[in-house]
Write a protein that binds this ligand. Structure first.
Ligand SMILES: [Zn+2]
Length: 264
């Protein structure tokens, strides 16, 4: 099948996920906040009151809503709990440690950071990323901010619990990964545990004509505001305010999913 056709088919398959689905009793309806929008603007646009919107989303009515936030437009079955987070040691096996590979960071210097996140259905989940130990607190801060802003994340480890039907692991929000930069022998910042990728499918990497993950061309049009997308005036700030640099700012290539401490 030609690549373009695959991309179109993938985009079509994703449409129910991309767009609010007003029909059906079980459908969750949401609104992605765009630049310039306020809680009362969204409420008026959607035919609800600002008070309802604040209550349904568990957010203060007097605090500005943030770009890339996803507001639900109906009452949740259970309210979102407060953000929770903890830092754990990792075992070599849990990070797939292979001594002969000579990865740049020893497992003893890595930490698993557990954070609350909101998945694409609006449900609370406990997910984790592995980062170098000195990055752990910054990661907690950034994910805490995303959670309070009601930004949504498609999936985080453990995917067997959080997203068991997802077969495409290229969609996972993750940190440490002992691998080289694609097409080179240079260690990726992920191999040092100093980089985190957020919603890779909605925030692709493009270098020349090469796009990753496969099939994510739809999201290269960055003036779209869709669930899970990261923008400089929106969700990207949660990381940039915690000393991370954003690959969406690069000029040689664009890596919209990528936040790193070293700007590499
Ligand atoms: Zn990355």
């Amino acid at each position: 099948m030609p690549k373009r056709l695959i991309a179109v088919l993938t985009a079509l398959l994703l449409l129910p996920v991309l767009a609010p689905t007003p029909a059906g009793a079980a459908a969750t309806v949401w609104h992605v906040v765009r630049p310039g929008e306020t809680l009362s603007y969204v409420a008026a646009l959607r035919g609800v009151t600002a008070g309802e919107l604040a209550a349904w989303n568990g957010i203060p009515a007097n605090v500005p809503v943030q770009v890339d936030a996803v507001l639900r437009l109906n009452q949740p079955d259970v309210p979102l709990p407060d953000f929770r987070t903890r830092i754990e040691l990792v075992t070599p096996a849990s990070v797939n440690w292979k001594p002969l590979k000579r990865c740049p960071v020893l497992p003893i210097n890595l930490r698993r950071v557990w954070v609350s996140y909101i998945d694409f259905t609006g449900a609370h989940r406990d997910g984790s990323v592995v980062v170098r130990k000195d990055v752990a607190e910054r990661a907690q801060q950034a994910f805490g901010t995303l959670y309070r802003w009601r930004f949504r994340i498609m999936g985080m480890a453990p995917m067997s619990i959080n997203n068991p039907t997802e077969k495409n692991m290229a969609t996972v929000t993750a940190g440490y990964n002992c691998r080289a930069v694609g097409g080179t022998s240079v260690w990726s910042e992920h191999a040092s545990g100093t980089a985190i990728d957020i919603n890779p499918f909605q925030n692709p990497m493009i270098r020349g004509r090469s796009i990753a993950p496969a099939g994510s061309q739809f999201y290269l049009q960055r003036d779209r505001y869709l669930i899970g997308m990261v923008h400089p005036e929106g969700a990207a700030r949660a990381f940039m305010w915690n000393d991370f640099h954003w690959g969406g700012r690069w000029t040689s290539l664009k890596d919209y999913m990528h936040f790193s401490l070293t700007n590499k």
